[in-house]
Design a protein around this ligand. Structure first.
Ligand code: AKG
Ligand code: FE2
Length: 318
């Protein structure tokens, strides 16, 4: 309780975002790093066994392992992501219902901030991703995934369905590595949450056409590992390309008031905090993993979940 000062709450209301220093405790972060290092080595062992990577590519440091996987055409993103994809889901579709990330999601460091912004009854929204961004010089020219390369300007309300338009959803972006203007930190348009939901175009990456917004107002938000950036669902934001030689690694999580639609109804939400009924809080990472496994089973064979409302045929996308 009382994680944010009155000034911070005021800043959030006025600007539509907030940098919360040290929201992810070092222990939580270290556990995530260790777990992801081990998980990536498992993936690479499988790719070596399948003849897709060379035997001497096992056991490299994390950044080199990510870069070697990418260069070999082995997708590290989906097996490390904390969500299923938006379609083409089958029994073999991988994801990582990471116990270490779950611990972060339900940690007091994050939920105390959410309680200040949302009140005491808090839902975890399943729109959530890992973004591990290698130096952009190694990316292929047609790489458009915002989990890997730069992120186009958008509003998070625009990447959920209209069912969540009236909700209190807050995004919490957590830095696992330092992020700065060289390795592609988040940038926001301060105060843009006071405007409306703007039109987005799906291709090549869901984003707001340049003529609908004023990019000159952009504010880059460099942060240290462990810092979090909270933002309103209408705050226009994006991320620059990683032109450094470092990785840029973050998780984005979302929360709303309990009882609100998530805008991604097929995926599992859960009660992250309830002061009225603490017994309803999910604290079992294995149960969360089972919820995702059941979701995968239910969605097997679904071609396209239609995660957003936009059409490339709209006049604004011409
Ligand atoms: O980290 C990024 O590149 C983009 C993150 C984002 O759009 C979000 O957290 O909503
Ligand atoms: Fe976003």
């Amino acid at each position: 309780m009382g994680a944010l000062t009155a000034e911070q709450k005021e800043f959030f209301a006025e600007n539509g975002y907030l940098v919360a220093r040290g929201a992810a405790a070092p222990g939580l972060r270290q556990a995530i790093v260790a777990e992801y290092e081990a998980k990536l080595q498992e993936l690479i062992a499988d790719w070596i066994a399948a003849g897709r990577m060379a035997a001497d590519q096992a056991g490299l440091p994390f950044k080199e392992s990510i870069m070697a996987s990418y260069a070999a055409g082995c997708d590290f993103f989906q097996p490390l992501d904390i969500s299923l994809p938006g379609g083409d889901i089958g029994p073999d579709t991988p994801m990582h219902a990471s116990p270490a990330v779950f611990a972060l999601m339900v940690s007091d460091g994050i939920l105390d901030i959410m309680e200040d912004l949302l009140g005491p009854e808090i839902l975890s929204n399943p729109i959530q991703h890992v973004r591990i961004k290698p130096p952009s010089r190694i990316l292929s020219g047609d790489e458009h995934r915002s989990h890997i390369t730069h992120t186009a300007w958008h509003q998070d309300r625009g990447v959920a369905r209209a069912s969540a338009d009236q909700t209190s959803m807050v995004t919490v972006w957590v830095a696992i590595t330092d992020a700065d203007e060289q390795n592609g930190c988040l940038q926001v348009i301060p105060g843009s949450h006071k405007g409306e939901l703007l039109g987005h175009c799906p291709q090549p990456q869901a984003g707001i056409p340049a003529n609908l917004m004023d990019e000159s107002k952009a504010r880059p938000l460099p942060v240290k590992a462990g810092d979090a950036i909270c933002f309103h669902p209408l705050t226009i934001h994006g991320a620059m390309a990683n032109v450094s030689e470092r990785l840029r690694w973050s998780f984005d999580l979302r929360y709303s008031k309990a009882g609100e639609p998530t805008g991604r109804e097929e995926f599992p939400d859960f009660v992250a905090r309830s002061r009225a009924n603490p017994a309803s809080e999910l604290r079992d990472a294995a149960e969360w993993e089972r919820m995702w496994a059941a979701t995968k089973e239910n969605l097997t064979g679904v071609k396209d979940l239609r995660l957003h409302r936009w059409s490339q045929d709209a006049p604004i996308c011409a």
